[in-house]
Structures are given as C-alpha cells and as structure tokens.
Design a protein around this ligand. Structure first.
Ligand SMILES: Cc1cc2nc3c(=O)[nH]c(=O)nc-3n(C[C@H](O)[C@H](O)[C@H](O)COP(=O)(O)OP(=O)(O)OC[C@H]3O[C@@H](n4cnc5c(N)ncnc54)[C@H](O)[C@@H]3O)c2cc1C
Length: 392
C-alpha cells in the first residue's frame, strides 16, 4: 500500500533507516543469532524504541498508527524483528497493562523490557485446544498459594522459558468459561516437568509440561479468580493482531517479482510476464493492500486506546492465507530446487544449488503451514467472524 507520508513521517522513516544502518552497517545483515538479537535489542533500548507497542504510560514511544506501519515495513524489509522479547513483550505485557496489579507491573515489566526473562504460554492441553474452555489443569487455593496439577501441551519455548502465563481451572461452574483463572508460574518451581516434543522436521520448539502440586503465590494471579477467560481472550486478540504478516508479505511480494523476472516463463519470456502467473500475483497483491488498510485501521484504533476485538480474527485469517500464498509463489519459482533446509538439524548448508533464495523461502513455505493452527485455527477464526462480526 502506498501511503502519502507527511514531512514528519518521512523524517521518522529516515530515523528508522538510520537506526538500522547504524546497528547493522551494510552489507552486514541481521542473521537471527543471539549476538545479533542482543545487538538489535541494545540499539532499540538506547533509542527508546524497544517497547514500541507499549502505551506511553509504560514507557512506549507513543507512535501513531502510521509510524507503526512505517516501522514494521522498514525493519521487515531489512530482515529485522520489529521487537525483541518474545511472548513477554508482545503478549503478556498488554495483559499486565490492563489487568495486572501495580506490584505485578513493577515486578515483571522491567525484566520483559530488558529481555531478562523469557515467557511461555500455557493454554493448550490434550483435549483442550480449539475448545480451550474445556481445560482441566486444576489450581486449588491453599493458604497463600495456588497448588497446580495437570498438563499443558504444544508449549512453544517452554524449555527456554523462565516463566509461564497459564490458564487453570479453579472451579466447575455451569458455564465452563467462568471457572478459569490466569496465573503466572515460575518454571523452576518444584513439580514442573518439561518433556520435549520433537517435530517432523527434527526441531525442538514444542513441549509438554506437567504440573505436580506446583505452588504459585496468590500474588501471581492476574485479574480476579474466575476472570481468566476474559483475560485470555484479550491476550489472544493481541496475539492474532500480530499475525497479519503484512510487512512480511509485502517484502516477499517484492522479492517474488525480482525472482520471477529472472526465470523463464512458458512463452519464451520471463515468468513474471506469464499471464497466468502475473494474474495470480496481482490478485494476491490487491488482497494484500486491502489487508494492509484493515491492519492500519485496527492499529489506529489500538493507538487510540481501543482493543483489537474480532477484527484481529479477520487479520489473522486473511494474513495467514496471503503469506502462505506468497511462499507458494516461491515454491513455484524454485521448481526442482524446492527443498527445505533446517540448519539447526542438518548443519550448515552446502553451497547453494539453484537460486540463492530457494532454500530459505522453501523452508518458510513449510514453516508457514503451522500459522493456520497456532493462535487458534482458521476454522475457529471463521467461527468468531461468523458470530461476532457477521452476527450469524
Ligand atoms: C506453531 C504452533 C505453536 C503453538 N504454540 C502454543 C503455545 O505456545 N502455547 C499453547 O498453549 N498452545 C500452542 N499451540 C497450540 C495451538 O493453540 C492449538 O494447536 C490450536 O489451538 C488447535 O488446537 P488442537 O491442536 O488441540 O486441535 P483441535 O482443537 O483438536 O482441532 C483439530 C481440527 O478440528 C478443527 N476444529 C476444532 N473445533 C472446531 C469447531 N468448533 N468448528 C470447526 N472446526 C473445528 C480445527 O480447526 C482443527 O482443524 C501452538 C500450535 C502451533 C501450530
């Protein structure tokens, strides 16, 4: 989407570009390593932009929706993450702003900002994924502590996390959503056991986490007892708003065009000029521009203090669809060279065979499939849209 920027916004874009160039002077590019992540985070902290989505009351820079848009666009094009700090920064912090006590905010937010603690999300359980309200991990009040017993599954990054924010059942109300409580749990507590789940590609991202009489103080409850469902729903809308992938899809679109311009099409010209390929690419581009406008509208509502609501399901559903289609274009471009490569499993890649982008983009194609499930599956987003937006 082409925004006509004001002079101030153009200056802001220059500031962003300068920051990127100072942190990673060309031709150096961010490679996702811990060293690079640390360097980028330090640059963000020094500039006051580490928590760029946080409200000003909590140290955020108070950007407008357009500034957020520019930021995402510029850093994604440079291959950098828009923020460092994982689930703590992007998912838990907004909940602490809304539901956390002043003590919880003082205790947890500085460590999140400085990336000193890693958080994981303990929602899903065996038998409670889409139907999250059927969760059974039990928390019983005993003196000043909740005592937790049960099991969580698909917990991304639990093996590296210091803390978990999790949903527990504290009572069996007629309406299942009413008996759920949101707790923060120290992952080093006695009784927490982490079992790795190795995925088909050989990587260790997921875990199963069991709780056997794990104690967490009442002071680690966010919101009131039984209010966990409301807290969790707020968190999920923030998670889904972050899954529109507009900047990533925009970046991929540009690179697909570059790649297709150098590849042969069916009629002797370039693939980019092939009418069938070009028509499908143009359609994806139009849908991406519509998504970008929707995202910008949502961001401006959030900047004005609103919550994303059911709009976040539209962003997640459509954003996932478009980014997956972008990766499919790359697979089409790569042709016989379309094979994934996971360096953490297979070791450093040998010299490139085929186009230099093929290995990375085809890997992204496979990774991108999970986006239809993580944060609530496509079908669940459609159900939410049907009920809350279309009122069906
Ligand atoms: C990459 C990734 C990371 C994840 N990280 C985490 C994490 O950190 N923490 C965490 O708690 N969870 C995590 N999850 C789990 C994720 O939230 C669940 O996988 C998801 O909610 C779906 O639940 P399920 O796997 O139990 O599938 P199920 O709920 O069993 O669904 C199976 C299929 O049935 C469909 N379905 C279910 N109910 C309905 C319905 N009412 N109408 C129509 N269709 C329906 C679903 O769409 C799906 O296709 C992660 C998942 C992925 C893929």
């Amino acid at each position: 989407m082409d925004l006509s920027l004001t002079e101030t916004e153009r200056l802001f874009r220059k500031e962003v570009r300068d920051l990127i160039a100072t942190a990673f002077p060309p031709p150096e590019r961010y490679d996702g390593s811990p060293d690079h992540e640390q360097r980028w985070h330090q640059a963000l902290l020094a500039r006051g932009w580490a928590a760029n989505k946080w409200p000003t009351a909590f140290g955020g820079p108070g950007w407008t929706a357009t500034q957020h848009f520019i930021w995402e666009r510029e850093v994604t094009a440079a291959g950098l993450p828009p923020q460092v700090g994982g689930m703590g920064m992007g998912m838990l912090a907004p909940i602490l702003f809304a539901y956390g006590s002043p003590e919880q905010q003082d205790r947890f937010l500085p460590d999140i900002l400085h990336n000193r603690t890693r958080w994981c999300q303990g929602y899903s359980e065996p038998g409670a994924g889409s139907d999250l309200a059927s969760l059974r991990t039990r928390a019983v009040l005993d003196g000043g502590d909740y005592v937790i017993s049960g099991e969580k599954v698909w917990t991304s990054g639990a093996h590296r996390a210091d803390w978990m924010f999790c949903l527990t059942r504290t009572s069996d109300e007629a309406r299942r959503q009413d008996g759920i409580t949101f707790l923060l749990v120290d992952m080093r507590s006695p009784g927490v056991t982490i079992f790795p789940i190795i995925s088909l590609d050989g990587r260790h991202a997921f875990n199963r986490v069991t709780f056997d009489g794990v104690r967490t103080p009442v002071g680690n409850r966010v919101g009131r007892e039984g209010e966990g469902w409301t807290v969790a729903k707020g968190l999920l809308t923030h998670e889904r708003t972050g899954q529109a992938f507009v900047s990533l899809s925009t970046d991929l679109l540009g690179r697909i065009r570059d790649a297709a311009a150098t590849l042969p099409g069916t009629d002797g010209g370039a693939l980019l000029d092939d009418p069938g390929f070009g028509r499908r690419l143009a359609l994806a581009d139009i849908e991406l521009q519509a998504l970008a406008a929707t995202e910008l509208r949502t961001l401006s509502e959030v900047s004005a203090g609103g919550a994303p609501g059911a709009q976040s399901s539209v962003l997640k559903l459509k954003g996932t669809d478009i980014v997956q289609r972008m990766t499919e274009f790359f697979v089409e471009c790569a042709g016989p060279y379309a094979a994934p490569w996971f360096p953490e499993v297979a070791g450093p890649a040998p010299d490139d065979i085929g186009p230099h982008w093929a290995r990375r983009e085809v890997t992204r194609y496979f990774e991108g499939r999970a986006a239809s499930i993580a944060g609530g599956s496509d079908e669940i987003q459609r159900n939410i849209i049907a009920k809350q937006v279309l009122r069906l």
